[in-house]
Write a protein that binds this ligand. Structure first.
Ligand SMILES: CC(C)(COP(=O)(O)OP(=O)(O)OC[C@H]1O[C@@H](n2cnc3c(N)ncnc32)[C@H](O)[C@@H]1OP(=O)(O)O)[C@@H](O)C(=O)NCCC(=O)NCCS
Length: 201
């Protein structure tokens, strides 16, 4: 369990793996060219598929060099094409920062919560990694919910923190979330009293 990040992570429904050259067209068509899906991302939608090729090529180089931004494609079931991506940077002091995006037809099925949990739990099971963090636009309710369901805690508001190309030139307020080795496994929002258990910690 100590290799991190691993080239492949499987969950109940998802297969996370290093991007391949042939992923560029489906990624471009399914979400990278969408103004709606990329609205709360730090990059503008891709206008030509070459931009997606370049991005994936850089990510593949990072995997080969074992440094920088490494990201996995997310695939579901028998679908050979990715529906989204989740990526990370390893920071100093044992910290990891994650980011993610999912094509719109697959929103609302718990897919990103499952992917975030898998990457985070793998990270925190790795010796020397103590913390996984993520920032999101303060108005990104779906992303906040993903992080909360994956056991992250909000640590602060980052005022005028990041530039979102779709939202003008003024840096936007973001929220900082983290899950660390000090946090227990993800908890349900409501305590479970069903069998007389009081799991409140
Ligand atoms: C954010 C994103 C990754 C979520 O992926 P997903 O697989 O749909 O997320 P999940 O289904 O695991 O969970 C979404 C949760 O947010 C909730 N949600 C979705 N839209 C919401 C909204 N507008 N307001 C409040 N809650 C919302 C869902 O109901 C769900 O919570 P629940 O299960 O408690 O009901 C996806 O919407 C996306 O790719 N958005 C565009 C890119 C982006 O914002 N990336 C993150 C940048 S920080």
């Amino acid at each position: 369990m100590s290799e991190f990040p691993p080239a492949r992570i499987d969950t109940d429904r998802l297969r996370l793996r290093v991007p391949r050259e042939e992923d560029a067209v489906p990624i471009f068509e399914r979400y990278a060219s969408s103004a709606e899906v990329t609205r709360m991302m730090l990059w503008p939608p891709h206008s030509v598929v070459d931009q997606t090729h370049e991005f994936l090529s850089a990510v593949r180089d990072n995997w080969e060099r074992a440094e920088g931004h490494r990201a996995w494609t997310i695939r579901i079931g028998d679908d050979p094409h990715p529906v989204g991506m989740i990526g990370l940077m390893i920071r100093n002091l044992g910290g990891v920062e994650i980011g993610y995006i999912l094509a719109k037809p697959w929103w609302g099925f718990g897919i990103m919560t499952e992917a975030v949990r898998a990457v985070t739990e793998r990270a925190l099971a790795t010796p020397g990694i103590f913390r996984v963090q993520a920032t999101c636009h303060a108005d990104n309710a779906a992303s906040r919910r993903v992080l909360e369901r994956a056991g992250f805690h909000q640590e602060g508001v980052l005022s005028h923190y990041a530039n979102y190309p779709a939202l003008g030139s003024e840096p936007q307020d973001c929220l900082l979330y983290a899950r660390t080795v000090a946090h227990s496994a993800p908890r349900s929002v409501e305590p479970d009293f069903s069998e007389g258990r009081y799991d409140l910690d």
